[in-house]
Design a protein around this ligand. Sequence first.
Ligand code: GLU
Length: 317
Amino acid sequence: MRGRFAPTPSGRMHLGNVFAALVAWLSVRAAGGEMVLRIEDLDPRAASRERAELLMDDLRWLGLDWDEGPFWQSERGSAYDDAIERLAQAGLTYPCFCSRAELHAASAPHASDGTPVYAGTCRGLAAEEAARRASVRPPATRLRVPDADDPAGVIEFCDLAYGPQREVLARECGDFLVRRSDGVVAYQLAVVVDDALMGVTQVVRGCDLLGSCARQIYLCRLLGFEPPEYGHVPLLVAPDGRRLSKREKDLDLGALRERGVTAERVVGTLAAAAGLADAGCVATPAELVHGFSWNRLCREDIVADEALLGRLRAEKL
Ligand code: GLU
């Protein structure tokens, strides 16, 4: 059994990232498995080495260790190129010239991650026309998904926390990107190739990515990989229901550590809020391994309200 941390170094870790990393680590350690660290720095505009170093420092400070890595996605381009080449050789990809504005203008339904379901605009483009357009501006690369009535495009799996899931790719996402027009490999493709080549058997992450599983399982099938087991964890939200994000600077680990909050209190507070420990818990991740079970984990968003923040700050009052 092998799990992974797969953070994007776009900012300091916030409580939501900490929670997902904690559950991923507990699930692996409770099963006696290994942990891999992969830095998802594919997009040079969003990622920096310096932030990646801070991220690793935060993981160590929390007591979340790993056995292999860090692997850097920015250094793994040839593995992604090979996979895209295999899909292209099988006739499953095509160039797409649609601009972001064109994609969003179509009032199509949206996939669970907010991207519009692709209308298939460039699907049937003749080779000469595609070549003519490609000489003007570089295209993105899209993967063809089976038609809605083709059982090959119906993906079913069982999530460790959220149970049985089913998605009809053609209806809920459509043909999806494997490479952006600026040449950057799409997250969906990179994550599938990496998890497979790194021997990852269990993927644990925030439930905002539950909707990506169908695409990832489909890619696994096409590339001949065994899909990992998936477990998604609730998100941390602000009292108004918005996701905690980089905007809540006072809740990132930089700010919390500066204020003198201890790692044991961060870990214990999150574990208690998620049903994995008793109220008032102050603990290292290692102390929580024994009591960990997916059945105990709550399924609702965790509200980072004044009560929760108060528990974090308790020792400083
Ligand atoms: N890199 C992604 C993130 O930080 C996680 C990807 C994944 O776990 O599959 O949100």
